[in-house]
Design a protein around this ligand. Structure first.
Ligand SMILES: [Zn+2]
Length: 190
């Protein structure tokens, strides 16, 4: 299994819609195994293919949940049905989200508390389940990556401004930046 570098905000593949997977073959299964390994070494909750530079509709996750869903899995060509997203202000303590492509940062964001996820595994087997709480948040975050959206693109004004300032300070927002899990220091200090 190969650990892949993770690209950072500004890399074009992170900001455009990813394409459907058309063939469920050994190449796909190798890619999914590499994504699980990369996510594990990066101490991530989830990783989408665009984050390793591939514009394909695939994400993996590793998260214990209360929904009776395996704690590790993959979704290929997923679709999502969302519950209502509260219009209240996001809680900076309980609703702070992070992303391996915005390394080391956290910003609060409201998400739907419930989603229904469907898609396929790496063998082309259909999957469908409901997710709640943080697991639902993880599903929404990873799914967004497939539509070229980062969580920082969804922040309310106050945090949006903060996130822009932080990105500027890091020199992000331009193509060609990445970090290497297991080699570079863990950006979230895990
Ligand atoms: Zn992310």
């Amino acid at each position: 299994m190969t650990v892949h570098p993770i690209v950072i905000k500004g890399e074009p593949v992170l900001h455009r819609r990813a394409k459907e997977v058309e063939t469920f073959d050994d190449d796909l299964r190798t890619l999914v195994a590499d994504m699980h390994e990369t996510n594990r070494v990066a101490n991530g909750a989830g990783l989408a293919a665009p984050q390793i530079g591939l514009g394909l509709r695939i994400f993996v996750y590793a998260m214990e949940n209360d929904d009776g869903v395996p704690a590790q899995g993959v979704l290929v060509n997923p679709s999502l049905v969302l519950g209502k997203v509260s219009g209240n202000a996001p809680d900076p303590d309980d609703e702070a989200e992070g992303c391996l492509s915005v390394p080391g940062e956290h910003f609060p964001l409201k998400r739907a508390e419930w989603v229904r996820v469907s898609g396929f595994d790496e063998f082309g087997q259909a999957l469908e389940f409901e997710a709640t709480g943080w697991f639902a948040r993880c599903m929404q975050h990873e799914y967004d990556h497939l539509d070229g959206k980062l969580y920082v693109d969804r922040l309310v004004d106050r945090y949006q401004r903060k996130a822009r300032r932080v990105a500027k300070d890091h020199g992000w927002g331009v193509p060609g930046l990445s970090w290497m899990p297991g080699v570079d220091p863990d950006p979230f200090g895990h």
